[in-house]
Design a protein around this ligand. Sequence first.
Ligand code: ADP
Ligand code: MG
Length: 325
Amino acid sequence: PDIAVQIAAGEVIERPVSVVKELVENAIDAGASRIIVEIKGGGIEQLRVVDDGAGILSEEVLLAFQRHATSKVESADMLNAIPTLGFRGEALPSIAAVSQMAINTRPAATDAGFNAEFAWGKLISEGAHGCPPGTTIEVSDLFGNLPARRRFLKSATAESGRIHELVTRYSLAYPEVSFHLKVGDRVVLNTQGDGRRANAALAVYGAEVSESLLEIQEEDPETGYRVEGLAGDPSLHRANRTYMTFFVNRRWIQNRMLTFALEEAYHGLLPEKRYPLAALNLVVPYEDVDVNSHPAKREVRFRQDGKVYAALQRGVRAALVAYSP
Ligand code: ADP
Ligand code: MG
């Protein structure tokens, strides 16, 4: 494969969880109502993502594995108004460049599906292939062609843990999607996908924790920015910050300012050195967010940080008002 693809692959695909993230986001973009993730050996040995989404037309499958050929974004202007999670047309070719990869896909309205297999970026077989509607992607021997990359990965247990965490976060942000995660032979997560966030939280955290979660649904009248999701009541706290999850327009992001805003909203309610558990989605006009600043799309920039900060604090405080000292 050409060197540009290899470089891009290194930026988009850092470890097994990056593969799962890209494949899960593609499944969500394809309108899936059920997403199954199965991993073996930390996802390095093998990982599989099965969805019941729109599928890909036979004549378009190979195109989807060409870099930038299929970007969901049609023009540069659209970069500022991105309704789908994917937009660079980079993930599939990048994953294919560093693994052995197979895809089976079929749109529900077509009779035959399509199968293609790649090894280290090279197409090794393709053709019509019966399969259920939707898309199944299997990735094996990740970074088998890049030993230095492979050595940089953590243990299978640690890599599995990251994948578990990722799928958990997405299941909370997309309660209308049923997520199923299998690590080796063990089912570690199974959400109903009935649209109720409280039910997703129950599947993720169990009854005790989910009973202490407050439902948040607030619109800031000044800006129209909305915050929705779940946040722990003050009895529920954690010793570190990893239980604070933020989505912007349902894209999982990391952002210091949001973390700080959330901690501020709990000011005086939690013991020293304790942090809230929360999974919050901010609904912000697309043109006020720039998601194009990071290859893995994990960081976003806001046109006006202050508006976002205020909306988040307002939403969380409204839910916490009963607990205010
Ligand atoms: P992007 O998501 O940035 O468009 P990807 O490389 O992730 O690029 O995917 C390339 C294209 O392949 C997508 O634009 C989409 O048309 C198609 N695709 C990928 N995964 C799926 C899927 N699970 N279901 C349906 N279509 C898919
Ligand atoms: Mg994508």
